[in-house]
Design a protein around this ligand. Sequence first.
Ligand SMILES: [Zn+2]
Length: 329
Amino acid sequence: MARVNSIARSWSSSQSQSWKEPLNCRATAEPHMLWKINSGSSFFWWDSWTGLGPLAVFLQKGTMPGNTLVNEFIHENKRDTEKLLNTVPAPLHNLIERIHINDPSKPDTCIWTINSDGKFTCASPRELTRKRKDTNDTLNNLWYKRLPFKIAFLNWRVMRKKLPLDDIVSKFGQNIVSRCNCCPNPQSETLDHLFVHGDIAKNIWQYFANSLGIKISNINLHLSWRDICVIVDNYRNQISSCLMYWDRPITQQFKINTDGSSLIQMKKAGAGGIRRNKEGRMILAYSEYLEFCSNNRAEIEAALIGLKYSSSLGLNNIIFEMDSKLMVV
Ligand SMILES: [Zn+2]
């Protein structure tokens, strides 16, 4: 009885597990092997030499093709047509007739079809068999080259839940009383609490949101990169507007519109103003940073600065217009 060809062998539960994996790899690699016919030393039924894979699959079920070699159908560099007709299913005849016979003095050679030069390399089957995990854009974007490595690494640990926080440590059987260090009333130390919901985290998020003039809500550390992009894309500066009328000053008068502003959280204040003539043309405009002060103080400073500039230019007969109820009587 002919031995089962190695290509047709399958794994059975009585065989070792370490044998199972090579057999799995064989199924992946075999379709990428093509035998180039020289002397016909390839297996007729089992080696892929026609480009269709093993010809054994075209036989009727239950047929046991032996380890016949291709050269049993070739005599003196010519095909044994009669034998082929009697052995091979009819649809394959034309294909086999077209197979080129190369150098009969050499054994058949195997072409590794993945590489353009047909030569086998260890790297190419590895690419075929390795199981790649789905790429995660959020994690990939953490490794931004201008970000210090320690920051990128911290971000990675946050995203992958690799920080030794109380909730994670307790999963390893450590019974600990969890208390955060970020809130006046300590709560459980969890990843979300430390980086999103805790007092310090909320202040930090708020600080940067204010700097950008946006309002943020529903921060989630576990969003996909696509969702993050959608959220960021939807952030808009909070701008409100209303219709205003500006009355021109009468002849010989100038009008100065002033405004002062104080941002408590950013500890910043500033003042500015604009002076126009009776035609509405701008004569003077100014804006200045102030030492941090109240809104009312900033409004007063805005008017004083306007007065100072006007006086230095010798401009009198001024009307002030501002939105401070404290200043406007
Ligand atoms: Zn806290």
